[in-house]
Design a protein around this ligand. Sequence first.
Ligand code: NAD
Ligand code: UDP
Length: 337
Amino acid sequence: MNILLTGGTGYIGSHTAAVLAAANHQVVLYDNLCNSQASVADRLQTITGKTLPLVIGDIRNTLLLTDTLKTHQIEAVIHFAGLKAVGDSVRDPVTYFDNNVAGTLSLLQAMQATAVKTLVFSSSATVYGEPQYLPYDEKHPTRAMNPYGRSKLHIEEILADLATAHADWRIACLRYFNPVGAHESGLIGEDPEGIPNNLMPFVARVASGALPRLTIFGNDYETPDGTGVRDYVHVMDLAEGHLAALESLGKGSAPIRYTNLGTGIGVSVLELVQAFKDASGQDIPSVVSDRRPGDLPAYYADATKAKQELGWSATRTLADMCQSTWHFQVCAKQRAN
Ligand code: NAD
Ligand code: UDP
């Protein structure tokens, strides 16, 4: 199948590109490079042995998108492109809604103009808001906690209306939990600019000596060891989830469906730090500070629906996630020197 990946040079997009290319799909990357680099396309060529065309453009450029869909005879789109920093979305909501929501509308216009009706959308577990029960299943009520989460919810609602109006569309909203880890090659992974906001890349930088210590945001939560609990899922498992979603969309009769992509296992900050120490053999100094404003104590997925409907479940362990992150970190440092 000819598949367009918006945000295709980003963290999750690039890993999904590797998985799709290995499954003999023709992948086209579309990205404005606001949070990634064109060199990712070259690295994907090294990994896959195939040339993956990269179109440098913004998803709000409907004409360029339409032209790309036509030129490459695209049959399905996986829509990763978006801004994802919660704090930035609170400071600058207009930019977030413009990029994420208006950008998605532009994509949908281009898809309608070219009769491309198969879409996989990168949603997030953040759409569930404060847990009313755990694990979150897909029937859990939704409620956004910040503009980033609201942009994801708005998009899900737009897609639901589209599916109601046009029953021949096939749309999968994949609600990711906490993607971490990297491709085994060490060539692609998560490499945020500046100081990372998220736990795993922060821990990796402390282990490598680039940052002096980890600050643990609170150890007085009502969790087994007092620190925050999340459902970390290996990015290669997540990438395989996209392939499974695409394959199941072809078979299913519902125009839209929502699926959690997580492991179903909650892991605390302290457990992750210990696993990373074991994987890297490095010391990871840490201090405990106050809770981070807006943080939830704990959440994790009910992963049953993904297994039933997509035939997908995560297979990689926390140790795999830490080992691949560390390998990527070491390789990235070697490349920089
Ligand atoms: P990322 O920033 O690495 O990748 C996103 C890519 O989209 C980047 O390459 C960026 O340059 C591109 N992009 C952004 N705005 C664009 C625009 N207007 N036009 C064209 N390209 C644009 O992020 P990621 O972690 O790979 O996330 C991919 C998607 O998954 C995002 O939509 C994100 O909200 C969602 N998601 C991510 C996580 C996570 O923790 N990483 C969790 C849940 C959901
Ligand atoms: N966390 C932490 N120190 C950091 C970054 C994160 O203690 O420098 C904690 C955070 O409070 C949460 C967990 O690690 O309990 C996961 O945070 P992350 O930002 O990676 O994911 P999110 O909270 O967005 O799910």
